[in-house]
Write a protein of this length. Structure first.
Length: 287
């Protein structure tokens, strides 16, 4: 994500042309064993450019066409045609205002809108993945589901929470809200709109899903519960460490996660974790 936004925020000077982030030769752990293409993002998603790394200027060029950053914050000549973030490692330039190029006012709004736009633009599924998502949606969504009467609850748990026990993952980012708080917010929506009759529940954490479903069945038995019937619930949001947690195929995890995302786009109301870019982006995309 930071590499992507670096390309926009640091290169968005119309007089110098737009920069394109090229990373087509970088292996992606989630694409390991890909049966539909290279073991890169292109296994799952349509390329965002017909340029590739072979079109870039040589890192050895001495004619001013290339800039190489020695540190993430180093300034460089913006007229350089090709910018390498490093000649030894990959890192992103973390600026203090990464979203100024959007022209959107506010502090958090530009960020989440940019994240949502990133997901919609950068993660356009390949035809085979589109077919997988469509098949899963047909198995999970009732034919009579009315979005105007539906609430979505994408529960982000596992490695997102402080004190998690997922080995090899990054430290948690927040004190994850208790499921009782999710339930309370669902009840508030029902008070606001008594016509709500369906609730979509998904999570990468199987225990969170089962526990919350039990709570809904007990406290709000008239709500129809809709779940991702093919959800692998891999138990982590970290793609790089997936194979350490659960024996599932990478392609199934990608298809499962995007199916859950598409399911929630069929909801009008949401109970989300605001510190999760994934769940917050769902609410933006649904609009």
């Amino acid at each position: 994500m930071h590499h992507f936004l670096h390309a926009f925020s640091d290169g968005d000077d119309a007089s110098l042309g737009r920069r394109v982030l090229i990373n087509d030769e970088a292996l992606w752990p989630m694409a390991k064993g890909c049966k539909h293409g290279p073991e890169t993002r292109d296994c799952y998603f349509v390329p965002i450019s017909n340029c590739n790394i072979k079109h870039a200027d040589s890192i050895k060029a001495t004619d001013g066409s290339v800039a190489i950053l020695k540190t993430p914050m180093e300034e460089y000549n913006r007229s350089a045609r090709t910018v390498y973030t490093s000649n030894t490692a990959k890192y992103a330039r973390i600026g203090s205002d990464q979203y100024s190029w959007t022209g959107l006012k506010g502090r958090d709004y530009p960020k989440i809108v940019s994240v949502a736009a990133f997901l919609a633009y950068y993660l356009q599924p390949q035809p085979w993945l589109q077919n997988e998502i469509d098949k899963r949606l047909k198995r999970s969504l009732p034919n009579d589901l009315d979005p105007d009467k539906t609430i979505g609850v994408p529960i982000r748990r596992s490695d997102k929470c402080h004190g998690h026990t997922v080995k090899g993952s990054a430290e948690g980012e927040l004190e994850c809200p208790a499921l009782e708080l999710y339930l309370a917010e669902v009840k508030r929506f029902l008070t606001f709109d008594p016509n709500i009759n369906s609730i979509i529940i998904t999570s990468e954490d199987s225990s969170a899903t089962s526990d919350f479903i039990s709570m809904i069945q007990s406290e709000l038995p008239n709500l129809r519960i809709v779940t991702n019937r093919d959800d692998v619930q891999q138990g982590t949001g970290s793609a790089n460490k997936l194979e350490s947690y659960k024996e599932v195929k990478n392609a199934d995890v990608i298809a499962s996660a995007l199916t859950s995302l598409h399911m929630h786009l069929r909801a009008r109301y949401f109970v989300i974790t605001t510190k999760s870019s994934w769940t917050s982006a769902i609410a933006i995309l649904a609009r």
